[in-house]
Design a protein. Sequence first.
Length: 481
Amino acid sequence: MMHRVPPQTDAQLIAGFLTQHRFSEALTHAQAWRERAPRDVHAHAAVVQSLLPLGRLAATAEAADRGLILSPVDPTLNLLRAVIDHRLGRTDAAVKRLTALLSRAPANEIDATITLAEVLQRSGRSTEVAALIAKGGAWLADERAQVCVARATARTDRSRRGLRAARVAHGTGNAQLKRIAGFEAVRLHDAAGRYREAFALATTLHRETTPTFDIGEVEMDVAEQLRLMPRLRAVNRTAADAIGAEAAFVIGLPRSGTTLLEQMLDRHPSICGIGEFEGAFAIRETLTGLGVWPSNLRALAASDAARLAGEYLSAASDLRRTGARVTFDKTLHGWRMLPALAAVLPNAAFVHLCRSPRDTAISMFLSNFHPRAWGFTRELSMIRRIIALERRLVKPMFDALGVKSVSIVYEELVDHPEREIRRALEVIGVAFDAAVLTPEQNTRTVLTLSHEQVRRSINRSSIGRWKNYEFAFDSEWDSLS
């Protein structure tokens, strides 16, 4: 006799999608559940959980707030809202919410405490991290907490911290924790001068946790844009040419100095860095849905372009601090979306940042990027191909589109910060302000992998870093120098 398998609940179905990284499907089902049961707080939480990995922070915050209206003290929604605040750079709000949540001894106390430790560490509040660890609690028995403890252990004893983090990485079957702890150990080995150990561990971590990456898809995308380039000049130029004047973008690869540039510009009273904002993706996705990306941008209706511009600028302005008039978007996929951004925001400014290819590459390889979104970081040879594609595309595309742009070399920015940042400010359209020369005084939370480096004054410490790993580079890199 066959037994019928009971149907999955909404929560189980969505949890399955999230586990499989099928985030769009999870979101579709979560939104349908919320529509059927608008007063079910679990449905609201499911929408937030589905939106969060998609990076759509403005929409995620709105969804969380809708749920919190129904249940202001719900533990899941409060934890999720704190995570959103943290990713938006609102550290104080995140800490306040998590502290209030923990005061109620919630069911998710361990998750909330680990999140609080992460927020405090990312914002450089080491004294509070130490106090949290000293206070003790059940959270310290969770293997995730060991990474926090490893980071906080004897700040001057890098060797001890590195070995502790490496033990966590080797001892866990959790792939995400293995990456977090493992690349923390890589960073500490590097800082201690144990370069071959750092490289060997990074190689192992990539082999075990970074999935295969289809670089051919990127190569085809770049080839198609290059083929279309002669037809792209002044796409969708209308009488509304001023659209996008309050928007600026960094164009560059990860670890090319983009966080330093953002921290410098964010010190300007008229400019607000908004991090790796998801708005550019929304533009490209919508253009794809309209059937105009990438080959038919000239067919984009002015009304659609205006609507997309309005949506981007409205969402970006929600992240802009009071007094600033320009947002600086650090989305690192922008180099592959230039025609889309130019079509919708024709008067936006673009600041292209380049760095020594070998320095860029070794920094990527030794860092914990999202294994799917940045899967090419698993091999130096693949990173080299991506750098070559970016260099082949960006500057010619700037010329073809006729956008406001400037290209800055990272090493020049470090050695001549005032000269180079003036060039960026000129294309953005604001006057020089000396505050931009002291990025280390920026109090905003940095969520990128450069969060520790940018708390120091501008320096040359990362220039020529690749020479510590010269054994890993072959002659094929010479063509990029």
